[in-house]
Design a protein around this ligand. Structure first.
Ligand SMILES: *Cc1c(COP(=O)(O)O)cnc(C)c1O
Length: 367
């Protein structure tokens, strides 16, 4: 019998919150304060407390969070920023949009940046390391922090896929000068539209980003910086205030589904890496297989939808052609073999067992 397993269904994933969202929407609508009100302040405080930083500034999206974090550092133009070669394109765009130069580093086999390859790429212009906790799995933060300290570099963590993930008992987002989050609807903590935030312990950077998101203004109609309009929407903050208390439950659900994949999937599928003290929140559960495309098509026939994060390496994107002169074979291999399996808040254990059963029936072909 064919069972349908969707990759994601945001209406289903959010349905446990619908009643509370509706009440809250009514309240915010009636109140009539739609920009930078009490909901945004409340969320900023609650999220900073949840992750473990002093300050949180709500922004319009995750790309702006990365970009404004870089702008706040006030680096010399064309400073170099270290990024994983297989990172999401937002990382690279943030660097370019802030007037700097992305320097790409090959990934390890878990998809996170290979820290051992960073030293060879450092120059006098290097100012920032931007680790991305890919799929919700924490990077080797101790080594990255040691390196940053030794070479006087800032760290900007991209935590867009890692809300609540922990490295040696501490949440990611607390290991950097400034960390960036996205509340895009598919993220572990997702809104019903766009949203983002930066977190920091530094009062000066916090203050500056608070101004930058609002036309560079601390006081209405007085502009201290060349800012942008990137405010977290009041209504999205209201929804996030409802969802944040359930983030641990959402993460626990995804971790439980990941455990099923870990134990039920055949060994020929390379599963997400696990290490003591590195606590993934499985934003994405990606396996790797040399015949990824064939496997994806096979699963589709069995009623199972999957995704690829991401099909093309950033350095091969049309928009970035000519910007990087090196080849990145490990990154290429990663993009060619990675496959993301269903792991949403609405999926049941039975859904995942069905996916495993079908995966294990897959037969490798001649090519
Ligand atoms: C989602 C995401 C972003 C950007 O978030 P938006 O809110 O869509 O701008 C940045 N980096 C990574 C790794 C992401 O997954």
């Amino acid at each position: 019998m064919i069972k349908m397993v969707e990759y994601e269904n945001l209406a289903k994933a959010n349905s446990p919150f619908f009643a509370a969202y509706q009440q809250k929407f009514e309240k915010v609508m009636q109140k009539g304060w739609y920009i930078l009100g009490q909901e945004v302040s409340q969320f900023e405080q609650a999220f900073a407390e949840y992750i473990g930083t002093k300050y949180c500034i709500g922004l319009a999206n995750g790309l702006d969070a990365l970009t404004l974090a870089l702008i706040a550092l006030d680096l010399p133009p064309k400073s170099e920023v270290i990024i994983g070669a297989n990172a999401y394109v937002a990382c690279i765009l943030s660097v370019i949009n802030a007037g700097h130069v992305p320097v790409l580093i090959e990934p390890r086999d878990d998809g996170n940046i290979d820290v051992s390859k960073i030293p060879a790429h450092l120059s006098a212009k290097t100012k920032v390391i931007m680790p991305l906790h890919l799929y919700g799995y924490p990077c080797e933060m101790q080594t990255i922090m040691d390196l940053a300290k030794k070479h006087h570099l800032h760290i900007i963590e991209d935590c867009a896929q890692a809300h609540g993930a922990e490295y040696l008992g501490r949440k990611v987002g607390t290991f950097s000068t400034i960390s960036a989050f996205s509340f895009y609807p598919t993220k572990n903590l997702g809104a019903l539209g766009d949203g983002g935030a930066v977190l920091t312990d530094n009062p000066l950077f916090a203050d500056k980003i608070r101004a930058l998101r609002n036309y560079g203004s601390h006081v209405k109609y007085y502009n201290d910086y060349l800012g942008v309009n990137s405010r977290l929407d009041e209504i999205q903050a209201a929804f996030l205030n409802i969802k944040l208390p359930y983030l641990d439950k959402i993460n626990a659900h995804k971790k439980q589904l990941a455990t099923i994949y870990d134990s039920a999937l055949d060994e020929r599928f390379i599963k997400p890496k696990k290490a003591v003290g590195l606590d993934s929140v499985y934003h994405i559960y990606a396996i790797r297989h040399p015949q990824r495309d064939k496997l994806k098509a096979f699963l589709k026939e069995k009623g199972i939808s999957t995704e690829i994060h991401y099909p093309v390496a950033p350095y091969k994107q049309k928009a970035l052609l000519g910007m990087f002169n090196e080849d990145y074979p490990l990154s290429d291999k990663f993009h060619a073999t990675t496959l993301s399996l269903p792991i949403s808040y609405f999926h049941t254990q039975e859904d995942i067992l069905y996916v495993c059963e079908m995966m294990n029936q897959f037969r490798e072909g001649e090519g």
